[in-house]
Structures are given as structure tokens and as C-alpha cells.
Design a protein around this ligand. Structure first.
Ligand SMILES: Cc1cc2nc3c(=O)[nH]c(=O)nc-3n(C[C@H](O)[C@H](O)[C@H](O)COP(=O)(O)OP(=O)(O)OC[C@H]3O[C@@H](n4cnc5c(N)ncnc54)[C@H](O)[C@@H]3O)c2cc1C
Length: 459
């Protein structure tokens, strides 16, 4: 239990609000996009700048409290109970350098704001399926981009960062200044420090073709068979993914699709109309689409490719990296999640990896999964009356996929962190062992221990 003087000591050293559970603004400051998760830290600090973050970490260390960080709550896979939560959403600095093709963003900036600033310069960053996600939380988790097969992971393109480490020091690091810490931060997902500012490369925006095709779920087997045949014909600058969707009768779903079981093919390519149409032609012929939005796209409409929910929802999720997508893999998946099953999951998604995602970046980092061919991602509502059925379905699909899996996940798609053995699966074994050894020197007191936390090797 913290004494009022201890809370006041923090308030005196920072510019941002310091809130406790009895403060009126506490619920809003701790709110997560994943509405199934309600954080209950002892104290939440709404950091106004990097110095606030550093002061918060130093104060927590003095009080013996662990520290968590949140920007948007899109990655709230588990609850923060006790300790200090540092909210970074006020850190909204955003600078584009069109000549150098770089961006520098504060820890609270979302991908949407970045794109709104960069697209007028003809430049884009390596965001994922939803631009409502925070740039920093996504990138420190590796960052699997919509155009990943063309450019690799977002973490591969970070130039420098400003970070507060567990000792409360604010450091500017890059591939030369504190190279190991820089590498650990990129994929290590908040285990080694709290980023306050990130500088990364942008890419020229040429012609862009994107959108989705929605088919009747009854044709899932034929569509997935065609998808398997089609993938090897695509160039690296085309990135598709495919999902089995059981769409709820909710407002975020387009009216004609509410309550339906459908297959959703997503497609993004650096291509004009003719080339995009040519690439997609085999998938347009496989079944009669219920909806087809694919075509030349204004880049700021990029969220229309995946159509992820824009408003907070209570969800739980889990992922698995697959070695391949064989006929058997598809059959095993459809037996549990296809037409006629009672699968309660909102989304069963397959994202092909490969291309630049399979190649190491120019600099070493803690991104895992380059050896996998596909990411399988499962998501369902975490609310009564289906929460238990959702968990059971996730467990049985992961068990059925185990023979097809590498045994590991990507930390951004790992879902709820379980025990230590489960959390270890969020990285490949070599990366995990490196991180464990490093954790003991960069965070010996295990101050940063929420979420996908790793534990250092005992001295
Ligand atoms: C709708 C949706 C779509 C998504 N699509 C993709 C996708 O296409 N590709 C992909 O790779 N991921 C995707 N994700 C996963 C997402 O990238 C992660 O959940 C990411 O952690 C979200 O970051 P955030 O800051 O928005 O979330 P938060 O919940 O605020 O943060 C989540 C975690 O990120 C870390 N973190 C956040 N800020 C900092 C910081 N300043 N310093 C250090 N660590 C920090 C911490 O570990 C924190 O617990 C998606 C998630 C959702 C909900």
C-alpha cells in the first residue's frame, strides 16, 4: 500500500497527471482498446514528456513497484495489477523528413496520424492491418506489416530511438550507440525499456492496389485450395491474407454481411489497376464474391483491406507460426473452423510470410519467425456467454495445428501471456535465450515485468 506522501513525491517531479484508483480520470487513463482487459495499477502516470517517463521509472524503482506501459491498449493481452502504469498517449511528437525519408514519432502516435502526415509527401510507413494501433508498441513487437513480404518487419527499418531503461536513465540509442540494447528493443516488446521516441525509414508510395474479396463460407474448402495454388504465383510486393470470419450482428459489420460465415481474402500490392486485376484474377474466378472492393486504392483508405474493428471490443486471441500450408493443414483447420462446425471464433486468419520477412534485416534484432511460412491467428469475443467456448476452440485449433507449427509465435500475435514456458514461445529459442541472458544485465530488478515478460537468468 502506497502512502499519500509517496504519491505526492511522484506528482512533484512530473508534469503529467498522477492518478490513483479513487481519481475520477483513472478509468479513462487506464482504458484499453481490448475492453476485456481492465488494468488496475496502484498508480497511473499520464506522461507529458520523456522526462516524466524517466521520473516515473525511477520513482517506481525506489518504491519497489513494477512498471507497465500503455499507448492504446490494442496489445492489452493481460491485466496490469498493481505497480505503476505509464500512459504514453500524450507523447504526440511527429516529424517527417521527406528528403531523408524518415519519420520520428513520440510513443503515443498511432499509425493513422503517421500516414496522414507522410502520404502527402508520397511516403508510407510499415503499418499493420489497423492504423489505429500505436507505432511504438507495434514496432517493438517486430511489427508485421501489410506490405511485409515486400519490405520485411517494421523493426528492421528503425534508425534510432530514445528509451528509458529500468534504471530510469533516458538514452538515445542506435546501431552504434548501445547496439545490443537497440537490437533487443526491436522485437523484445518492452522487456528492456520504455521507448519515448522512435525514428524509422519511410518508403515511397507508388501505385497501390488493395481491398478485399468476401465469399460465401460454404465455398471455404475450394477457396483455400485455390489460395494455396495461387500464392507461389505472386511477386513479393503483393501481400495477401485470408480469413474465415463469423461476423456478428454488430454495427461495425457491413449490413448485408451481419451474422454470416464468410471467407475474406485481403490483398495489397504495389501495382496499378491492370497488374492488380491480373494478379487477383485466379481468386476472382474461384467462387462468386458477396463483396469485392479490390482495386486502385487511396492509401489513406488502407484500413479497408483488413476491415479490423475500429472501436474497442472485448477479445482474446492466439497465434501459431506454420511451417507450411499443406492440403492436410487446411483440412485439419476446416474440420474445426469450417462450414458446419460450431466454431465460435470471430476470425481464423492465415497470413503468408516469406519474401523480405524471411530475410534478416540489415542489422541484428530480436524479431523471430523468419523461418515460418505462415502466421495463423485466432480471435474471439471474451464475454459471456461465449468466452469459455472461445477459449476451448482456440485450444483445440492450436492442438490440431501443432504438427504443422514451428512451435513458436510472433510476440504481437501471441495472445494472452501464460506461464514462463508459454511466454518463451513468443520468440524463437535462440532469441529467447539471448533475451533471458540480457534481461539480467539490463533489468536486474525485473522492473519491467508485465505482459509478455521474460525473466532473466538467475545470477
Ligand atoms: C486490430 C488490431 C490489428 C493488429 N494488426 C497487427 C498487424 O497487422 N501486425 C502486427 O505486427 N501487429 C498487429 N497487431 C498487434 C499490435 O501490434 C500489438 O498489440 C501492439 O503491441 C500494439 O501496440 P499499442 O501501443 O497500440 O498497444 P498497447 O496495448 O498500448 O501496448 C502493448 C504493449 O506494447 C509494448 N509497448 C507499448 N508502448 C511501448 C513503449 N513506449 N515502449 C516499450 N514498449 C511499449 C508494451 O509491451 C505494451 O504492453 C494488431 C492488434 C490489433 C488489436
Amino acid at each position: 500500500m502506497l502512502a499519500p506522501e509517496e504519491i505526492q513525491a511522484l506528482s512533484r517531479t512530473v508534469r503529467g497527471p498522477v492518478l490513483t484508483p479513487d481519481s475520477a480520470e483513472y478509468a479513462a487513463e487506464t482504458f484499453a482498446f481490448n475492453a476485456a482487459v481492465v488494468h488496475r495499477p496502484d498508480v497511473v502516470l499520464g506522461a507529458e514528456d520523456a522526462r516524466d517517463v524517466a521520473a516515473g521509472v525511477r520513482w517506481a524503482a525506489q518504491c519497489g513497484l513494477p512498471v507497465a506501459v500503455q499507448a492504446t491498449g490494442h496489445g492489452a493481452d493481460s491485466e496490469v495489477q498493481g505497480g505503476l502504469l505509464i500512459s504514453t498517449r500524450r507523447l504526440q511528437a511527429l516529424q517527417i523528413d521527406p528528403a531523408a525519408r524518415t519519420a520520428r514519432v513520440g510513443a503515443g502516435v498511432k499509425w493513422r496520424s503517421l500516414l496522414e502526415a507522410s502520404v502527402p509527401h508520397g511516403l508510407v510507413g510499415l503499418h499493420g492491418s489497423s492504423t489505429d494501433v500505436g507505432v511504438v508498441g507495434y514496432t517493438v513487437g517486430g511489427g508485421l506489416p501489410v506490405l511485409g513480404r515486400a519490405h520485411g518487419f517494421a523493426a528492421d527499418h528503425v534508425r534510432s530511438m530514445e528509451v528509458v531503461t529500468a534504471d530510469g536513465a533516458l538514452r538515445r540509442i542506435d546501431a552504434e550507440a548501445e547496439a545490443e540494447l537497440f537490437a533487443l528493443m526491436l522485437g523484445g516488446k518492452g522487456n528492456f525499456g520504455i521507448v519515448t521516441e522512435l525514428e524509422f525509414s519511410l518508403f515511397p508510395l507508388g501505385e497501390f492496389y488493395g481491398g478485399g474479396i468476401i465469399y460465401p463460407g460454404a465455398d471455404a474448402a475450394a477457396i483455400l485450395a485455390a489460395f494455396r495454388q495461387w500464392l507461389p504465383t505472386l511477386p513479393e510486393d503483393a501481400s495477401p491474407s485470408i480469413s474465415l470470419l463469423r461476423l456478428p450482428d454488430m454495427e461495425f459489420v457491413p449490413a448485408p454481411l451481419r451474422g454470416q460465415f464468410v471467407v475474406h481474402l485481403r490483398f495489397a500490392a504495389a501495382a496499378g489497376r491492370e497488374e492488380g486485376d491480373r494478379l487477383l484474377a485466379p481468386m476472382r474466378a474461384v467462387s462468386t464474391p458477396l463483396m469485392d472492393t479490390a482495386g486502385p486504392m487511396d492509401y489513406l483508405d488502407v484500413d479497408q483491406i483488413h476491415m479490423d474493428p475500429a472501436d474497442p471490443l472485448p477479445f482474446t486471441d492466439a497465434g501459431a507460426l506454420l511451417k507450411d500450408l499443406t492440403e492436410e493443414t487446411v483440412a485439419d483447420l476446416l474440420a474445426l473452423a469450417g462450414e458446419g462446425t460450431d466454431c465460435p471464433l470471430l476470425l481464423v486468419e492465415i497470413r503468408p510470410l516469406g519474401g523480405a520477412l524471411a530475410r534478416a534485416g540489415a542489422l541484428p534484432n530480436a524479431v523471430s519467425g523468419r523461418d515460418a511460412a505462415f502466421l495463423l491467428f485466432l480471435l474471439g469475443f471474451k464475454m459471456p456467454p461465449i468466452a469459455e467456448a472461445v477459449q476451448a476452440s482456440i485450444r483445440s485449433i492450436l492442438a490440431a495445428m501443432a504438427p504443422h507449427s514451428t512451435g513458436y509465435t510472433l510476440v504481437n500475435f501471441h495472445g494472452e501471456p501464460g506461464d514462463e514456458a508459454d511466454r518463451a514461445r513468443a520468440w524463437s529459442p535462440a532469441v529467447y535465450e539471448w533475451m533471458r541472458a540480457a534481461k539480467s544485465s539490463y533489468d536486474p530488478g525485473n522492473v519491467l515485468r508485465f505482459g509478455h515478460a521474460i525473466t532473466g537468468v538467475p545470477a
